[in-house]
Design a protein around this ligand. Structure first.
Ligand code: COA
Length: 179
């Protein structure tokens, strides 16, 4: 690892793979997660286990990413809806001047490259966010969303093991029929 900055307050799980030019402070990273080059993860952000965080992504304060989540390249999370440089006194804003808006990315979700995720949203389990989307509202579990603003364009069909076996059996029987 070269040019990596990991502050002493970072909670790193087991077997976390960190590439070059990564900047981590005050955050928590779960076991077996991989973090690509030029990623920054701020304080009070949490990344779960077995996640892949691709290069050039920015994960800000207030973001919680559960386990098995894929984050594409150059994904930006937003935690302030109405940002300002200065406060009423003309001084640069400090933490006292604004409130962090949270984001939750649930287990197994994937976020395509170059997305912007606005605050106060939840991206549901196993959902997929298309490349280049701007997410402004909650994404339901298993939905595929895309666009600006991101809209649902289909839902992923998930079969149970019993359903998969039933379908395989039906296909097998169908293929056995002559003609
Ligand atoms: C959203 C996504 C999952 C859809 O895949 P798909 O279901 O195979 O979709 P299709 O390619 O059949 O496209 C269906 C329609 O959606 C449109 N579409 C696909 N992806 C889109 C996106 N990201 N944003 C806007 N529209 C999109 C297509 O243009 C097409 O429109 P049309 O019917 O008018 O031609 C995929 O396109 C995507 O963006 N995946 C993320 C890839 C990524 O970022 N990977 C990480 C790094 S490698």
């Amino acid at each position: 690892m070269e040019f990596v900055s990991i502050a002493p307050d970072v909670k790193l799980g087991e077997n976390v793979k960190i590439h070059n030019f990564v900047n981590l402070y005050g955050c928590e990273i779960g076991d077996n997660t991989r973090i690509g080059v030029f990623v920054e993860i701020q304080k009070n952000a949490k990344v779960g286990k077995y996640c892949k965080i691709s290069s050039h992504t920015f994960i800000c304060e207030g973001v919680t990413i559960e386990d098995n989540v894929f984050i594409g390249h150059s994904v930006v999370f937003i935690n302030d809806t109405y940002p300002r440089a200065t406060n009423g006194n003309g001084m640069l804003q400090t933490e006292k001047d604004w409130k962090v808006g949270p984001i939750l990315v649930k287990n197994g979700a994937s976020i395509g490259s170059n997305c912007t995720i606005l605050c106060n949203v939840t991206i549901g389990e196993n959902a997929i966010v298309g490349a280049g989307s701007v997410v402004t509202r909650d994404v339901p579990p298993n939905a595929i969303v895309a666009g600006n603003p991101a809209r649902i364009f289909r839902t992923i069909t998930l079969f149970s093991q019993a359903e998969k076996e039933e379908l395989q059996y039906a296909l097998h029987e169908f293929l056995k029929k002559p003609g």
